[in-house]
Ligand binder design. Structure first.
Ligand code: CMC
Length: 426
């Protein structure tokens, strides 16, 4: 028999169906609640609210499982590159051999930017935050593709494949050129013979007189970083993308809003905050224990720890922790911040404050150290997260735009302001 949930309000009982996902997670379907009862639910921060039914990513936060389109992240991290994973996330399948070459070709061809867009970099001040630049450049880019930004769902969906390849390719070009523009360095054009991550590093670091040639270890580490960030179900930025998409806005406007949401230190900005935290601990000569005590008193936050969904070790943090150690070894580097991070992790994992609250390292705890090891400047860390997350945003936009009976996202609220009824004095 199908499961039913009963809600009792006063002397009335209301029944609601229980829906079950393919991984057996359950939800009470309360779509009729307000019309039946006049009541709404209140769930600050949406910790208990399912905003959609999705086919893209599954997380079991209690046991630390993450799968894209049903495939465990550990397998993808080991056997697939970022562009295959992007294809998987967006289209639901890893590409076959021919499909892979076609996909890569599409992405390579789309790397250059329109000269009008290139000129826009000149209008930002040199200290503009790269996330602000990225968000506005992505939205501006849409102006050059009116056929993909009509805000008519059917029409925008006809051009979806083209728009997806464009965004995956050009987000990387915009990111690299933002860095060069802020450093006052001449732009380096993308090449068609380089791998996705290699091309990015080339645009970031090559000089007209000296081509930057990263080691295999660096290219692979960056690729792994992107694979691990490709999607993460209904996080703050992806929910933002879906929210904007639900109003009928085009893909470019939606991902531009996603970048804004990602920027915050509690979300994607945490990778920058972790490295800043480790640097300040190092400068103060603390071995981490003073910082942990301050976090327990509520004076500091242990950045890179805790997660709304994971109440166990984030599987991405495990993979990244190992990758940082491997890359530092391969590059023959020694980063004192890694030692501090390891000490913080050990201390936190054995401290009752963190254990009782189920606070474990999340993806951002080691990702900043990995990016630092491969030479990415700290101010670009959250932009790197955005490049990685682009496939997830695109796939989620499509799910909303292509839904047959999609409704605009429009939560309700409990009003707690004044009750004056009139502006006139009696
Ligand atoms: N350091 C110290 N205490 C913490 C931390 C932390 N990093 N995270 C949560 N707590 C405490 C919090 O003070 C609260 O304690 P109490 O019950 O005594 O009031 C309890 O744990 C529950 O915390 P919460 O703020 O209600 O948890 P949340 O689910 O609303 O927030 C979070 C999740 C990720 C925003 C939070 O853990 C945090 O701020 N972490 C640090 C920032 C960070 O690493 N963010 C990256 C998240 S993963 C990547 C991404 O999705 O972007």
């Amino acid at each position: 028999m199908d499961e039913i949930a009963k809600i009792i309000i006063g002397d009335q009982t209301y029944s609601y169906p229980v829906i079950e996902g393919t991984e057996r997670e359950k939800a009470i379907d309360i779509r009729r609640l307000r019309s039946d009862t006049g009541y709404i639910t209140y769930d600050d921060g949406f910790g208990n609210t399912g905003s959609c039914i999705s086919d893209i990513t599954f997380i079991d936060g209690e046991t630390g499982i993450l799968r894209y389109r049903g495939i465990p992240i550990e397998e993808l991290a080991e056997h697939a590159d970022f562009l295959s994973v992007a294809h998987l996330v967006i289209y639901g399948e890893l590409p076959d051999r021919d499909g892979y070459y076609e996909w890569i070709k599409n992405i390579r061809q789309r790397a250059p930017l329109h000269t009008g867009l290139m000129k826009m970099f000149e209008s930002y001040p040199p200290n503009a935050h790269p996330m602000a630049v990225l968000s506005s450049m992505l939205n501006s880019m849409g102006c050059y593709y009116p056929q993909m930004t009509s805000n008519n769902r059917e029409h925008d969906l006809e051009h979806f494949e083209d728009a997806a390849a464009l965004l995956i390719s050009k987000v990387r070009t915009i990111a690299a050129l933002t860095y060069r523009s802020e450093m006052g360095m001449p732009f380096v054009y993308p090449r068609t013979d380089l791998r996705y991550t290699e091309n990015f590093l080339h645009m970031m670091f090559s000089q007209p007189y000296n081509r930057y040639e990263p080691t295999e270890a660096v290219v692979d580490a960056l690729d792994l970083f992107l694979v691990l960030h490709a999607d993460h179900e209904q996080n703050c930025s992806t929910s933002t993308v879906r929210m904007v998409a639900s109003g009928g806005a085009n893909l470019f406007a939606s991902v531009s809003a996603g970048v804004g949401a990602l920027w915050g230190p509690l979300h994607g900005g945490a990778n920058t905050a972790v490295v800043r935290m480790l640097e300040s601990i190092h400068e103060r000569g603390d071995d981490g224990s003073r910082y942990i005590e301050a976090a327990k008193r509520g004076e500091e936050r242990l950045m890179g720890f805790g997660h709304r969904v994971y109440k166990n070790y984030d599987p991405r943090a495990k993979i990244l922790g190992n990758a940082v150690r491997r890359v530092l070894r391969e590059l023959d580097q020694n980063d004192p911040l890694l030692n501090i991070a390891q000490r913080l992790e050990e201390a936190a994992l054995s401290d009752d404050y963190f254990i009782s609250r189920k606070l474990y390292p999340n993806v951002d705890f080691y990702s900043g150290l990995l990016l630092k090891a491969i030479g990415i400047p700290v101010e670009m860390f959250t932009v790197m997260f955005a490049i990685g997350r682009m496939p997830g945003w695109i796939a989620n936009w499509k799910e909303v735009a292509a839904a047959e009976k999609g409704r605009i996202y429009r939560p309700r609220q409990i009003y707690n302001g004044p009750v004056k009824r009139t502006m006139l004095k009696s």
